[in-house]
Design a protein around this ligand. Structure first.
Ligand SMILES: Nc1ncnc2c1ncn2[C@@H]1O[C@H](COP(=O)(O)OP(=O)(O)OP(=O)(O)O)[C@@H](O)[C@H]1O
Ligand SMILES: [Mg+2]
Length: 250
């Protein structure tokens, strides 16, 4: 079974009584083993869409279908750790079945070994994001939702974590949905890229990447990137929103 998103609309109402249309009709699916990437300008509605997909916001029009027993791993845009629990406790609370060996491996990969007993208030934003990633990986998710997980990490660490995400995705048939502003991350990790318009978000380009993830070297990445930029800037799909989305990420 796969994740099927069919949102027909989402509107926020302000305290003053006004309305704020955030999502236009949006329809797409992500299969097990596949990474869908959402790319769009700031404020277009990406995090709102993720909350709807996760079932955290039911005030929308449309339908979300995901495997009923799916274990969910989530990295929110803000790390959202429990401040009164240590790093290790934060991960264990989300993943009570995680083995000591698995936990140690995750902390090693994410370079968190020295921070196991620290509390969230003692962490930099980049460290807190890594804890949020450890927590999401520890649950061995069927559905992995990542909202800009590599923001505020230095390039070297972001690159290593990107590889870890790729390894996780290759090791289990996980359905992954990634939000990023980085075209590089999108091309290195994604199987299917969804370029979104400014608010209210709708899909202006859907671009599958045919080359398998592990066969994408620097030359392939550069070629895909060039063809993407050309495609969106030519407005091949007759959409100006795609041009803007492309400029926003390049
Ligand atoms: N709870 C809320 N009530 C009212 N408006 C909201 C609420 N949450 C988000 N919005 C508005 O909805 C729009 C989309 O917000 P959202 O956080 O989904 O954007 P985003 O695409 O994730 O942006 P970014 O790339 O900056 O994270 C914004 O205009 C935001 O102000
Ligand atoms: Mg967001």
């Amino acid at each position: 079974m796969r994740l099927e998103v069919d949102i027909t609309g989402k509107t926020f109402r302000s305290a003053a009584g006004g309305t704020h249309e955030v999502l236009a009709p949006l329809k797409f699916a992500v299969c097990p083993g596949e990474v869908g990437v959402l790319i769009g300008p700031s404020g277009c509605g990406k995090s709102t869409m993720l909350r709807i997909i996760l079932g955290l916001d039911s005030d929308f029009q449309g339908r979300i279908s995901r495997p009923p027993q799916a274990r969910i791993g989530m990295v929110f845009q803000e790390p959202r750790l429990l401040p009164w629990r240590s790093v290790e406790q934060n991960v264990r609370l989300a993943a009570p079945d995680v083995t000591d060996a698995k936990l140690s491996e995750l902390f090693r990969i994410l370079e968190l070994e020295a921070h196991r007993s620290h509390f969230p208030g003692e962490l930099s934003l980049g460290l807190a994001r890594r804890v949020a990633l450890a927590r999401a990986f520890a649950v061995e998710p069927d559905l992995l939702v990542l909202d800009e997980p590599l923001a505020s990490l230095d390039d070297a660490l972001a690159g290593r974590l990107r590889d870890e995400i790729a390894t996780l995705v290759a090791s289990r048939p996980v359905m992954t949905l990634l939000v990023t502003h980085s075209l590089d991350d999108a091309i290195r990790l994604g199987d299917r890229l969804f370029f979104l318009s400014p608010r209210p978000a709708r899909i202006v380009h859907e671009v599958p990447i045919a080359i398998p993830r592990d066969a994408r070297g620097d030359a392939e990445i550069a070629a895909i990137k060039a063809s993407l930029v050309q495609r969106t800037q030519n407005g091949q799909d007759g959409e100006h929103g795609g041009e803007r989305a492309s400029r926003d990420i390049s």
